[in-house]
Design a protein around this ligand. Structure first.
Ligand code: FAD
Length: 439
C-alpha cells in the first residue's frame, strides 16, 4: 500500500491525458527554497500553486510516486461534503452553532471552488450530476434523513429535499437497499486524475517546482532551516508543509504520523452498461449517491455508462485480501442491484483515506514548531476539502489568513491516539462494530 512505485491500475489511469511536459521537473539535486511541500495530491498541489502564484514564493513539492499517486488520483470523484465522521448534531454540540456554520459554509465554498477553478483554467474534469443523493439503506434511516434535511436547510442554508421511496424509484433509480433519499444541493462528480493533473500543470505554470518520484526519506533540522533528503538530492527550506494525508508516517513529525488512522477504501468499476441493463434498475441519474450504512457504499454512473461502486474495509493491504474484497464488492453490488448481478467488473483498486480521533480534519502549524504546516484527515471526503485546505495553508503561510480563518472543527493538530501501535486493532474493532450495526 505504501510502495509509491506500484502502479494504481485505476480506470482513471486509462482515461486521463498524461501530464504535460515540464509539469514534473524530475530529480531535484541539492536546492534551497522558501517552502517545501511533502505530498503531491490535491492538498500539496493546491498549496504549491497558491504559494507560487499569489505570494511569489519559491516552492518545491516532493511526491514519493508520480504526481497524484495517492488518494487524489484514485478516488471515487465525489466532490461533495462534508469531510468529517461526525453527525451534523455532533458538530454543533461540540463546536457550537457559529463555528459549525463557519465550517460547513467553507466546505460548500470548497465544492464551488473546484468547479470554478477547473472552468477558469480549462481543465476538463468531466463534471457530472448536481448535488449528492443520500439514500436510506433501511426503512428506519429515512427518519434520520428527515432530521438531516431540517438541519441542512434550517441551520446551514443548504438546499436539501427529502424524496420518498416511490419517487426515487420512479425518477432516480431503484434497488434492494433504497428506502427513500435526501438530495443535498451541493457538490457533483468528477474525474479525479484529470483534476489532479490539471492542477499540477497550473501549479507548474505558476512557477512551483514539482518533483515526482522523490520520496522524503529523512527530515533534519539545520538551525532554523529544514533539510529534506530524497534519493536524488536534498531540499533546504525555512518552512515545510506536510500534505501526506492517509500516507502519513515517518519521517513526518510524530504529532501527525502517530495520530492519524489510515483506512482502506476500495472501488470496483463495471463494463459499460447497455440502456436495457440500466432500465432493469430504472437508473436515470448521473448524481453521485451514497447510502446511510456506517460502512457506506458509494456509487455513481460514469460518462461512458460504467458503474462505479465503492466501499470501505480490509485491514491488511495484502494482494490476496484485495482480491477477496473485490469478490465481496461484486457480490454486494449484485445483491443491491440484482439486475446487474451478471455484469462483470473490469477494474478494481484501493487506497488510504485518513481518519482521526476528533472525527474532523486538522489544519494549521505545529504548536511546537510554527514553521511546519499541515492539512490532513479528510475522513474520506477530500476531493473538495483538500484543494480548499491547500489554498488556506498557502494563505496562512503568505500572511493573508490567520488561525481565526480556520474553522474551529479543523484548527490545530490531530488529537492524540493512545498507544498508536494498536491503531490497526482499534480499526478492526470499529469495523466489526459497524458491520453489526449495519445488519
Ligand atoms: C479509493 C478511494 C476513494 C475515495 N473517494 C473519495 C470521493 O469520492 N470523494 C472524496 O471527497 N474523497 C474520496 N477519497 C478521499 C480523497 O481522495 C482524499 O481525501 C484526498 O485525495 C486527500 O488528498 P491529499 O492531497 O491530502 O492526499 P493524497 O492524495 O493521499 O496525497 C498524499 C501524498 O503524499 C505522498 N507521500 C507520503 N509520504 C511521502 C514522503 N515521505 N515523501 C514524499 N511523498 C510522500 C503520497 O505518495 C501521496 O501521493 C477517496 C480515497 C480513496 C483511497
Amino acid at each position: 500500500m505504501y510502495d509509491a512505485g506500484a502502479p494504481v491500475r485505476s480506470l482513471w489511469e486509462e482515461t486521463a491525458p498524461p501530464l504535460a511536459d515540464g509539469a514534473d521537473t524530475g530529480p531535484n539535486g541539492d536546492e534551497t527554497c522558501d517552502v517545501a511541500i511533502i505530498g503531491g495530491g490535491f492538498t500539496g498541489l493546491s498549496c504549491a500553486l497558491h504559494l507560487a502564484r499569489d505570494f511569489s514564493l519559491d516552492v518545491r513539492l516532493l511526491e514519493a510516486g508520480p504526481l497524484g499517486w495517492g488518494a487524489s488520483g484514485r478516488n471515487g470523484g465525489f466532490c461533495t461534503l462534508p469531510p468529517m465522521g461526525l453527525s451534523l448534531d455532533g458538530l454543533i454540540s461540540r463546536y457550537g452553532e457559529a463555528e459549525a456554520k463557519h465550517f460547513i459554509a467553507s466546505q460548500v465554498e470548497a465544492t464551488r471552488f473546484v468547479r470554478s477553478f477547473a472552468e477558469d483554467e480549462g481543465i476538463d474534469i468531466e463534471p457530472q450530476g448536481e448535488g449528492e443523493l443520500h439514500v436510506a439503506h433501511a426503512p428506519s434511516r429515512y427518519a434520520e434523513l428527515e432530521h438531516e434535511r431540517d438541519l441542512l436547510t434550517g441551520t446551514f442554508g443548504i438546499p436539501a429535499r427529502l424524496i420518498p421511496r416511490e419517487e426515487v424509484a420512479r425518477e432516480w433509480y431503484d434497488s434492494q437497499e433504497q428506502f427513500g433519499a435526501l438530495h443535498v444541493g451541493a457538490g457533483f462528480g468528477l474525474h479525479p486524475l484529470r483534476f489532479v493533473r490539471g492542477l499540477a500543470e497550473v501549479a507548474a505554470r505558476a512557477g512551483a517546482k514539482l518533483h515526482g518520484h522523490s520520496p522524503v526519506t529523512q527530515w533534519e533540522r539545520e538551525g532554523a532551516a529544514h533539510r529534506l533528503v530524497t534519493p536524488s538530492g536534498t531540499i533546504r527550506a525555512s518552512r515545510v508543509v506536510v500534505a501526506t494525508n492517509g500516507f502519513t508516517r515517518a519521517p513526518m513529525p510524530v504529532t501527525l504520523a502517530h495520530n492519524v488512522l489510515p483506512v482502506m477504501s476500495n472501488i470496483v468499476v463495471t463494463r459499460p452498461l447497455s440502456e436495457a441493463e440500466l432500465d432493469t434498475q430504472n437508473w436515470r441519474t448521473e448524481t453521485p449517491c451514497a447510502n446511510t450504512r456506517n460502512l457506506l457504499f458509494y456509487y455513481r454512473l460514469l460518462p461512458d455508462r460504467r458503474f462505479l461502486f465503492g466501499a470501505r474495509g480490509d485491514l491488511t493491504g495484502k494482494p490476496e485480501d484485495g482480491f477477496r474484497m473485490r469478490r465481496f464488492m461484486e457480490r454486494r453490488l449484485g445483491e443491491v442491484f440484482p439486475g446487474w448481478a451478471h455484469v462483470e467488473t473490469t477494474h478494481s483498486w484501493r487506497g488510504f483515506v485518513c481518519m482521526a480521533a476528533r472525527l474532523t480534519p486538522s489544519l494549521g502549524a505545529l504548536p511546537d514548531d510554527e514553521s511546519v504546516f499541515f492539512a490532513l484527515g479528510y475522513h474520506g471526503n477530500g476531493v473538495a476539502a483538500a484543494p480548499w485546505a491547500g489554498r488556506l495553508l498557502a494563505q496562512l503561510i503568505g500572511g493573508k489568513a490567520d488561525s481565526a480563518d480556520i474553522p474551529a472543527p479543523l484548527r490545530g493538530p490531530p488529537r492524540s491516539i493512545p498507544f498508536p501501535a494498536l491503531r490497526r486493532w482499534y480499526l478492526k474493532g470499529a469495523l466489526g462494530y459497524y458491520r453489526v450495526m449495519d445488519l
